[in-house]
Design a protein around this ligand. Structure first.
Ligand SMILES: Nc1ncnc2c1ncn2[C@@H]1O[C@H](COP(=O)(O)OP(=O)(O)OP(=O)(O)O)[C@@H](O)[C@H]1O
Ligand SMILES: [Mg+2]
Length: 486
């Protein structure tokens, strides 16, 4: 076949039509066999001579018995005479009681019922034993033949498995090709660089869900030197988890050799995709929800490399807010700073505090999934945009609920205070303090803010020269000298 793909050619080179196996089954096994193996009817006519003979005997016997009913009706003049079969007595002739006087000689009484009498005749029994003998043997023989065919097929098991594997692989390839064609996928560029660039990427499953809203595509740009960690915020239902999974799926599909649901995609190869999504606990194995979450996170931090893609969906939410934010915060710092790690990471979170990481970590970037308020409702735009999400919709919701205007005004003030005090006096987020701050960032930031107070100057400024004895002055001078040294 004229396939140009090396992969398909290699598959087809190993192709095996399994001709003899096919023929054996075709000739031997009935087209519509019964479910059981010991009911007969398994083996086709013409496959085995002995079987054909036995079937002929059985059929002729049955034909003779079918004719017997008519013959005996005429011979005896009993129109209601019947030839029947049951498992206990085999074949018998049944006559109603009122016709008993017409029963001929040679009928042997077998059984008396309320309205009828059952008879047999030596001739009938002779045919019966022929039929039953043949049928018994037919079932035995069919089972033997079936086993023989089965063994013969089993002997070729390896070949059949190989063909099955080839069919499996072709099926995967054809399905991917079909999906690519039907759903407008694009061929990704795959290279050894570290950027993942996706233009108008889509979630391959969600975009096919009928009845839902139209799927909104989104771009992605992530790399190891500038846009390494994307912190994605946005209200519930905005589409964060969807976006994370979509990026992971596009990368995965690209790397298995598939086209991807996007307008354009360029994928710098990843060595592994690590995910921490969803909350399924493992109570049976003695692990709580949070324990599972932390185990998975530990696994990621211990095994990811700078080539990996990490997808973190709301880690830290399984515990108290403060603990959660702290863990999430230091996980991001670790991924950012550790020499071995530096992995490309998408991190969806409701902790807005984490957006402040971008102020101290060079390669952390904030994104949010846009929403709009319109007529007292939140509208989900499903578009990922730069920057952290609005802090919250709490106050807007409170207004909807009818809180007095002055309460709302005061709440806004308090909110501003809270947000302000998240930064320290040099404009750095307090959450991140005690950690050496990225140097370039610090100098850049410092020039923008007032210089922090110098304790030495403060000390000197604090001396009241008009009210000090020479002894005290000497003592202070000594202290200042010590301070300057320290
Ligand atoms: N790009 C999109 N286009 C259309 N619909 C979308 C898109 N992204 C998400 N949705 C819809 O929004 C729903 C919620 O999305 P998702 O679960 O990703 O939100 P989320 O931000 O993770 O919410 P939460 O914070 O509660 O986890 C999805 O089930 C889907 O129906
Ligand atoms: Mg989510």
């Amino acid at each position: 076949m004229g396939a140009s793909s090396g992969l398909i050619q290699r598959l087809l080179n190993r192709w095996d039509n399994l001709v003899e196996i096919g023929e054996l089954i075709e000739k031997g096994i009935a087209d519509d066999p019964p479910p059981g193996l010991k009911e007969g009817g398994l083996i086709k006519e013409g496959f085995n001579e002995e079987l054909d003979d036995l079937r002929k005997i059985s059929k002729e016997g049955k034909d003779w018995i079918t004719r017997l009913e008519e013959i005996e009706q005429q011979r005896t003049g009993i129109n209601s005479l019947k030839v029947r079969y049951n498992k206990i007595y085999g074949y018998y002739i049944e006559v109603t009681k009122k016709n008993l006087p017409l029963v001929p000689e040679g009928y042997l009484r077998k059984q008396s019922l309320v309205n009828t009498e059952r008879f047999i005749s030596p001739e009938l029994k002779e045919y019966e034993s022929k039929i039953l003998g043949a049928e018994e043997r037919i079932i035995e023989l069919e089972y033997e033949i079936f086993n023989m065919i089965r063994e013969e097929v089993a002997r070729e098991g390896k070949r059949i498995q190989q063909v099955a594997r080839i069919i499996g692989e072709l099926d995967v390839l054809f399905s991917l090709a079909e999906a690519a064609d039907r759903y407008n996928y694009v061929r990704p560029i795959i290279d050894e660089g570290d950027s993942i660039d996706i233009i108008e990427g889509r979630h391959p499953v969600l975009e096919q869900v009928d009845g839902g809203e139209r799927f909104i595509p989104n771009d992605t740009h992530i790399d190891c030197h500038e846009n390494q960690i994307l912190i994605i915020t946005g209200p519930n239902m905005a589409g964060k988890s969807t976006y994370l999974r979509q990026v992971a799926l596009v990368v995965l599909m690209a790397q298995i050799g598939s086209f991807v649901p996007a307008k354009e995609a360029s994928i710098g190869i990843v060595d592994r995709i690590f995910t921490r999504v969803g909350a399924h606990d493992n109570l049976l194995r003695g692990q709580s929800t949070f324990m599972v979450e932390m185990n998975e996170t530990a696994n990621i931090l211990n095994n990811a490399t700078s080539r990996s893609l990490i997808i973190l969906d709301e880690i830290g939410r399984g515990t108290s807010t403060f603990d959660g934010v702290s863990i999430a915060w230091s996980v991001v710092e670790h991924i950012h700073d550790s020499d071995r790690l530096g992995a490309r990471t998408l991190f969806a979170t409701h902790y807005h505090e984490l957006t402040e990481l971008s102020m101290i970590l060079k390669r952390v970037k904030n994104y949010n999934i846009a929403v709009r308020e319109w007529n007292e409702e939140i509208i989900f735009l499903r578009k990922i945009v730069k920057g952290g999400a609005d802090k919250s919709y709490g106050i807007q919701v409170a207004r909807l609920a009818g809180l007095p205007a002055e309460v709302l005004k005061r709440a806004k003030e308090v909110l501003m205070n809270l947000e302000e005090s998240e930064l320290n006096e040099i404009g750095m987020p307090k959450l991140g303090s005690k950690k050496h701050i990225h140097e370039e960032m610090t100098t850049a930031q410092l020039s923008l803010f007032t210089t922090p107070p110098d304790p030495l100057k403060e000390r000197i400024r604090g001396i009241d020269i008009d009210n000090i004895t020479p002894m005290e002055a000497l003592k202070k001078l000594h202290e200042i000298k010590e301070m300057a040294k320290g």
